[in-house]
Structure formats: structure tokens, C-alpha cells
Design a protein around this ligand. Structure first.
Ligand SMILES: N[C@@H](CCC(=O)N[C@@H](CS)C(=O)NCC(=O)O)C(=O)O
Length: 227
């Protein structure tokens, strides 16, 4: 018995596998074919009514299902008793930076990807709007990381969530020139062995290097997903 992870090689997907690796929780992987809309099939909607990855089923907890990557990170961290902060104030800090990613960085970079990379119609206002907002949010991270090593002080699920998006800034067409603290943190998180294992689940095609090598294929698959 273990945790079953439903995922794909995307920023939200690898948050869950990185957390599982960091927390050393046993898990099995079911790769979901987003380009074929497998995430909208009835069997999957019973696990995640929102029809998106990632999702997990905890077979050690009466087949309890969790969707939304932020909720998955919190569930896993609480289950393992690590990476969700220590004491009420620190737990709040983890939650603040996790919510910052879930409500800000992820959605803005996601929309930058749509308008800059995937849309056939290139709308300058939309591209600028999302790229500028993504850059602003990366600057917020940079200012925070000027004062602390990791977002909540100690390494936590807030770093995992933000790193999974921030590292693909180039894919969104957003530069990080001058954001030296962000660069330091991006490299520190990338160097963690569990992060390296987790980012290769279900395959390594979500890495920035792989994405730019296979850009046409990634764009074609994303277009299928956006129908
Ligand atoms: N807020 C959700 C977003 C999940 C999400 O957008 N997942 C994307 C991949 S990164 C997806 O499944 N897309 C498929 C679709 O839109 O049909 C979370 O954080 O779990």
C-alpha cells in the first residue's frame, strides 16, 4: 500500500513528485496523457472533479483522494511531519508563500505561457500583462530571498511550489536579469537530490532544457490540452 500519484511532466505535476521524494513517502505513478484529455475522463473526475493534474490517492488512508497541488503538498508534509513549518508562526509563513505561488506565480506564468507560447493569435496586451506580472512576482521572491535562505526560513513545501514555476521563467518569456537572490535559490533547490529525482517524474520532459529542445512538440501538446 502506498500513495498513488496521477501526474504529468508539468510545473504543477512535479511539485507532488518532488515532495514525495523529499519526504521519502513510498508512491506509485500513473502518468496522465494531458494531450489526449485523459484528465477529463469520468474515472479521473471521480478523483479530481477539476479534471487536472496532479492528484493523489492515499491507499494507506482509506483511499483518501487529494487534488490541487498546494493541498497535496500540505497533506503530504503533514503526513510525514516535515517541510510544513515548525510552530504556528513558521507554519503561517510556509502557508503564505505557498498561497503566493498558488494564487499568483503559477496562474500568471501559466497565462504568460498560453498567450506567449501556445495561442495562435498573439495579443500584445495579454502577453505584456502576464509577463510583467510574472516578472513582478519573481521580484517579490527575489526581495524575500535577499533576507532569508529559503522562503519560510528553513526549506519547505513553499520552496518546492515556487521553484517548480520560477525555474521555467524562460518558457514564459520572462527574464530574471538582476535577480541574484532568486538565482542563488533556484540553484540551491535544483541541487537537492530529491528535487532532481522528483522533477524527472513521470519523465524528464518538464525540465527547462528538455522543453526548449522539444519546443514544437510541447506547444502542440499544450494546444490539444487547451481545446
Ligand atoms: N490549481 C491546480 C492547477 C492544476 C493544473 O492546471 N494542471 C495542469 C497541468 S500543470 C493540467 O492538468 N492541465 C490540463 C487541463 O487543463 O486540462 C493545481 O495547482 O493543482
Amino acid at each position: 500500500m502506498s500513495i498513488e500519484l496521477f501526474t504529468a511532466a508539468t510545473p504543477n505535476g512535479i511539485k507532488a513528485s518532488i515532495a514525495l521524494e523529499e519526504l521519502e513517502l513510498p508512491y506509485t505513478v500513473r502518468a496522465i496523457k494531458l494531450g489526449e484529455q485523459e484528465q477529463k475522463e469520468q474515472w479521473f473526475l471521480a478523483i479530481n472533479p477539476n479534471g487536472r493534474i496532479p492528484a493523489i490517492i492515499d491507499h494507506d488512508n482509506d483511499d483518501f483522494a487529494v487534488f490541487e497541488s498546494g493541498a497535496i503538498l500540505v497533506y503530504l508534509a503533514r503526513k510525514a511531519g516535515r517541510l510544513a513549518g515548525d510552530g504556528p508562526d513558521n507554519e503561517s509563513l510556509v502557508m503564505q508563500w505557498l498561497m503566493f505561488q498558488m494564487g499568483g506565480l503559477g496562474p500568471m506564468m501559466g497565462q504568460a505561457n498560453v498567450f506567449y507560447r501556445y495561442a495562435d493569435e498573439k495579443i500584445p496586451y495579454a502577453i505584456n500583462r502576464y509577463q510583467r506580472e510574472a516578472r513582478r512576482l519573481l521580484e517579490v521572491l527575489d526581495r524575500r530571498l535577499a533576507d532569508v535562505e529559503y522562503l519560510a526560513g528553513e526549506y519547505s513545501i513553499a520552496d518546492i511550489a515556487n521553484w517548480c514555476w520560477a525555474r521555467s521563467h524562460e518558457w514564459s518569456g520572462v527574464g530574471i536579469e538582476g535577480l541574484t537572490h532568486l538565482e542563488r535559490w533556484l540553484a540551491a533547490v535544483a541541487a537537492r537530490p530529491a528535487v532532481q529525482r522528483g522533477q524527472a517524474v513521470p519523465d524528464s520532459s518538464a525540465t527547462p532544457e528538455e522543453k526548449s529542445k522539444r519546443a514544437d512538440e510541447v506547444v502542440a501538446s499544450a494546444k490539444n490540452m487547451l481545446v
